[in-house]
Design a protein around this ligand. Structure first.
Ligand code: ATP
Ligand code: MG
Length: 394
């Protein structure tokens, strides 16, 4: 057993010693069986949250109304969730109520895919009620139970299906694909933030083309912000994407470019996706640099404004979209020749200008920018004396 499970074994034993059942469940079991590294070990138990809390010194109520208590052990947190069923789903996103149950089978039955519905004892014995092992072997994403019902009760699962297909390089079972097609429209009921998370994981996964194919063919894309008319652009990405992307910024730079957005349109597109402001400005900068690349206008100033990170992002996207540009190493070589890399590197500051008698105000800012541009262009040396001379001449 991987060390993460060995470390968590005393927790299972403590719960069992009190007369309850406890198992490892979810992604960590799946990933171990696939020989993949695991992130967090999740535990499911027949003990109710209050019962769990009585057994351990340090716990945190991370989601106690849904049955989840985090057990803290030697600095590691273990999300421990009481076996439960979910009923209702009136709004197609959250169950109206969760009911705690004492049966593992009932708990596994409410899980999304068979490969995510495996449990493991602390001895490493696998409990498999829904042929999750068979589907792991066949590299198949298959809904637990009736796929039509499962996507109807929670449409986020449609996005989860395609992201697992990408991350694991699996195919989605045909009946599951059909149900995704039938219930994709319910995605409009799901919080955009949650769709966003799955969408990004899809592109960062091992084989995005896998999930993307289903995303396009089932029409799921239509129910995602700003993508209603993107079928053609997304379909072209399927053959262009040979492997996962390197960062979230790259994901959105690729999407924005593929659907033909200008750098000025990036903000409103990404706001629909509820993106953070930092991401928006990064993507806008990368798209702006990509536009300069396409226009063949890569001056020192353009490189300077982009910075190394956005140059790399744009080059990765240009490569996928087969935009004819200088290679990344050529671009970075040219970037390395810049005398300064940021305003902080400029040998003159606003304070220097004020000391030399320039009045504070917008004019001073413009003067500084002019000096910055000249230093970047190489027409002035980055030297305080020379820059002051030039500034006072203007
Ligand atoms: P990851 O490696 O991305 O964390 P994971 O399988 O652990 O993958 P989580 O989102 O952490 O995914 O969820 C943990 C488990 O909870 C899943 O394996 C699955 O059994 C169950 N689960 C999560 N989301 C849903 C959902 N929307 N519907 C049904 N079951 C779900
Ligand atoms: Mg997980």
């Amino acid at each position: 057993l991987p060390t993460e499970f060995v470390a968590a074994t005393p927790i299972l034993e403590t719960i069992e010693a009190a007369g309850y059942e406890a198992y490892f469940v979810g992604g960590s079991v799946r990933d171990t069986l696939l020989g993949l590294p695991i992130h967090d070990v999740d535990i499911a138990t027949s003990a109710y949250p209050q019962e769990v809390k009585q057994l351990f010194k340090k716990t945190v109520d991370t989601g106690i109304e849904h049955g989840t208590v985090m057990i803290l052990d030697h600095g590691t947190g273990y999300e421990t969730t009481t076996f439960r069923t979910e009923t209702g789903y009136q709004d197609y996103r959250r169950p109206d109520s969760v009911t705690f149950v004492r049966s593992l089978r009932e708990d596994l039955k409410r899980r999304d895919f068979t490969i995510n519905a495996l449990a493991m004892t602390h001895d490493g014995e696998i409990i498999d009620y829904f042929n999750g092992l068979g589907d792991l072997k066949a590299k198949r994403i298959k809904a637990v139970g009736n796929p039509e019902e499962r996507f109807h009760e929670d449409a986020l699962r449609t996005m989860r299906a395609i992201r697992f297909a990408s991350q694991l390089d699996f195919t989605i079972d045909p009946q599951t694909v059909a149900a995704i097609q039938h219930h994709g429209n319910l995605l409009t009921k799901i919080a955009v933030e949650r769709i966003h998370v799955e969408f990004v994981k899809l592109f960062l996964g091992k084989h995005p083309a896998n999930g993307l194919t289903t995303f396009v063919e089932t029409g799921l894309y239509q129910y995602c912000p700003g993508l209603a008319t993107a079928r053609e652009a997304l379909a072209q990405l399927i053959s262009a994407l040979q492997h996962g992307l390197s960062s979230e910024t790259t994901v959105w730079t690729l999407i924005a470019s593929a659907v033909g957005l200008t750098n000025r349109q990036v903000g409103s597109f990404l706001k629909q996706w509820k993106s953070a402001n930092q991401l928006i400005s990064d993507v806008a900068a990368a798209v702006r640099f990509l536009e300069a690349l396409q226009a063949g206008e890569v001056t020192n100033w353009v490189l300077y404004q982009a910075g190394a990170a956005h140059i790399k992002t744009a080059a990765e996207v240009a490569n996928i979209l087969q935009i004819d540009t200088p290679s990344l190493s050529q671009l970075l070589d040219q970037y390395e020749t810049l005398t300064i890399k940021s305003k902080q590197d400029l040998a003159i500051s606003g304070q220097d200008l004020i000391k030399a008698g320039v009045a504070p105000g917008p004019k001073l800012g413009q003067l500084l920018t002019k000096l910055e541009r000249e230093v970047v262009a190489g027409t002035l040396d980055n030297d305080l004396g020379q820059l002051l001379n030039q500034a006072l001449k203007d």
